[in-house]
Design a protein around this ligand. Structure first.
Ligand code: MG
Length: 383
């Protein structure tokens, strides 16, 4: 007899999915929620966290203050979550877990995008470095303050493991060592792989749109790549004047929409074939995998790489974007030196952490948690 929502949900999941019954529990025991699965609770805790809310003021490619239509890390995360949940549903993976991982996947990012990460990692080179995936683990196990009896969000161990990318944690995070030892020899759960793939699909598409809207990519430019030119022709043929006479931004969005659907279809079909071949019968089989069964076909991976290279040349390395990155780095460098020298200038609840934490890690946690605009504001105040 089915008694709980979790048991009901687990019946639907494929054998290779991470079932609710495999969540591994939490570091601090809590009574079950009668209305939500454990992974739904993880998702909800992430949505209610401060780090998640700050994503709305963090750069994806453009500094947050530049324009109201561009993606921020928050809207990007919502797009990744939507794609992940849809695909998880078709492949009968755990939707709740996929959603939780997707919503958390960028919360460790510093301000000013990858430029921010680069400079913080450089400044922290003698103190364990900075890496946004490692930072997620610190946020959800230490830095969020919401509960009376523990720090962090007390997520399930399965979610924490799914968030441990590239098999690494900071040497400072000894509280995660045991979980890390367990994880490091295991292949990641497929829900985590799915989110990585959806991340890529989401950003190569939306960066074309944002780059075009910002005026950094011209309408015709993308059609030097055969794939995109073919899509344009297909839409012309199918929609004739409706497409041909549409405004250029509208045309771009029609093409991107069409392409995302192709990518998703290809991903699902290709992954299904691989999964059928492997005949995985449990999550333990997944943990023993040597090769990743979830992915786009070779053809679509080629298109994805080609498009990424196009974006690198025309958008990520656009002089205006590089200028923003340079400024962002200068700001973070200034703040890092300021607060490591004068830790009392940080908010009291943060400077107090220095008593039981490494000074440099504390400053790095503070700075990396900032939004673009907060970092700019502090810089203006102290420079
Ligand atoms: Mg992302």
């Amino acid at each position: 007899m089915i008694t709980t929502i979790e048991e009901y949900e687990d019946q639907f999941l494929a054998p290779y999915a991470l079932k609710h019954s495999e969540s591994g529990g939490r570091f601090y025991n809590e009574t079950k929620d009668p209305y939500r699965t454990e992974f739904q609770r993880d998702r909800d805790r992430i949505i209610h966290s401060k780090a998640f809310r700050r994503l709305s003021y963090k750069t994806q490619v453009f500094i947050n203050t530049k324009g109201d239509n561009y993606r921020t890390r928050l809207t990007h995360s919502l797009e990744v979550s939507q794609l992940s949940r849809s695909i998880a549903n078709v492949l009968r993976l755990n939707k709740d877990l996929s959603e939780a991982i997707a919503l958390a996947h960028d919360i460790g990012h510093s301000p000013f995008g990858h430029a921010g990460q680069e400079i913080l990692n450089y400044l922290m080179k003698d103190y364990g470095g900075f890496e946004h995936n490692n930072q997620i683990l610190r946020i959800v196990t230490l830095l969020e303050e919401r509960y009376p009896n523990f720090l962090g969000l007390n997520l399930t161990k399965a979610t924490l493991k799914a968030l441990m990318k590239h098999n690494q944690i900071y040497s400072d995070d000894i509280h995660l060592l045991e979980l890390y030892q367990e994880k490091k020899d295991q292949f990641p759960c497929l829900e985590s792989i799915l989110v990585d793939c959806c991340d890529r699909i989401a950003y190569i598409h939306h960066d074309i749109e944002d780059g075009f809207d910002a005026g950094y990519i011209e309408y015709d430019q993308i059609f030097v790549l055969d794939y995109w030119d073919n899509l344009r022709k297909i839409l012309e043929k199918e929609w004739k004047q409706n497409f041909i006479q549409a405004r250029k931004p509208h045309k771009i969005r029609m093409i991107l929409r069409y392409s995302i659907n192709l990518f998703i279809k290809d991903f699902i079909e290709h992954s299904k074939k691989n999964l059928e071949k492997l005949q995985l019968s449990s999550i333990q089989d997944v943990y023993r995998l040597k090769e990743n069964p979830l992915n786009n076909s070779k053809e679509f991976l080629r298109i994805s790489n080609q498009t990424y290279e196009f974006l690198k040349q025309n958008l990520y390395n656009h002089p205006e974007v590089l200028k923003m990155s340079y400024k962002g780095k200068k700001i973070l460098e200034f703040l890092f030196h300021l607060f490591t020298k004068h830790s009392y200038l940080m908010p009291v609840h943060i400077s107090q952490r220095v008593h039981h934490n490494n000074l440099y890690r504390t400053v790095c946690d503070y700075i990396s948690g900032m939004t673009d605009r907060y970092a700019i504001r502090l810089y203006e105040q102290f420079k």
